[in-house]
Design a protein. Structure first.
Length: 179
């Protein structure tokens, strides 16, 4: 199963790269980092408190600035509710499609993102790496000199054995490059 999903993700990225190749001279890459809070939902909310997250991003924006792709890595830590002790950690990466509607240039742009990934989840003796999916929305504010502030929220679901670990991470951060 994991090989099929990985194969599909690689194929989609390669097809996207081939389709964007003629316009590659106009496409722009970007990198960034952020941090924020991760709110557990569903069954995960019953055992864990709101947590913290760190995020790194790297992506490419197409020539029009409307469609792009992005890879983001996340580290999320949620403490266990009383009377327990310890914490739950999630380390993983997503490959996302990013849609940023609107005309260029503009100072503020909303965007939608969604994609798939893999996360390693640890909770006590529980330790596994599983498929994940996410979808969300954000806003970027151009600060000038190819630097943007961003704020985003998403629904993240890690498909763990016996169910799923669901949360809503909110992050703010800075990115450099892009359109």
């Amino acid at each position: 199963m994991m090989r099929k999903i990985t194969g599909l993700a690689v194929t989609a990225l390669l097809l996207g790269a081939i389709a964007a190749r003629p316009a590659a001279a106009q496409a722009r890459g970007y990198v960034g980092f952020g941090g924020g809070l991760a709110f557990p939902t569903g069954d995960f909310k019953n055992c864990c408190k709101t947590g913290f997250l760190g995020q790194v991003i790297a992506g490419i924006t197409g020539p029009s600035g409307v469609l792009g792709g992005r890879v983001d890595g996340m580290y999320i830590l949620n403490n266990v509710k009383s009377p327990g002790s310890g914490h739950s950690t999630h380390l993983g990466a997503n490959v996302d499609l990013v849609w940023t509607p609107g005309k260029r240039p503009a100072k503020v742009h909303p965007y939608l993102l969604g994609g798939i990934g893999f996360f390693n989840s640890k909770f006590g003796t529980f330790d596994e790496t599983k498929f994940a999916f996410n979808a969300g929305a954000g806003i970027q504010i151009h600060l000038g000199n190819r630097m943007d502030f961003f704020g985003e929220g998403r629904y993240l679901s890690v498909q763990t054995d016996g169910g799923s670990t669901n949360m809503i991470p909110f992050a703010i951060g800075l990115r450099w490059g892009g359109i």
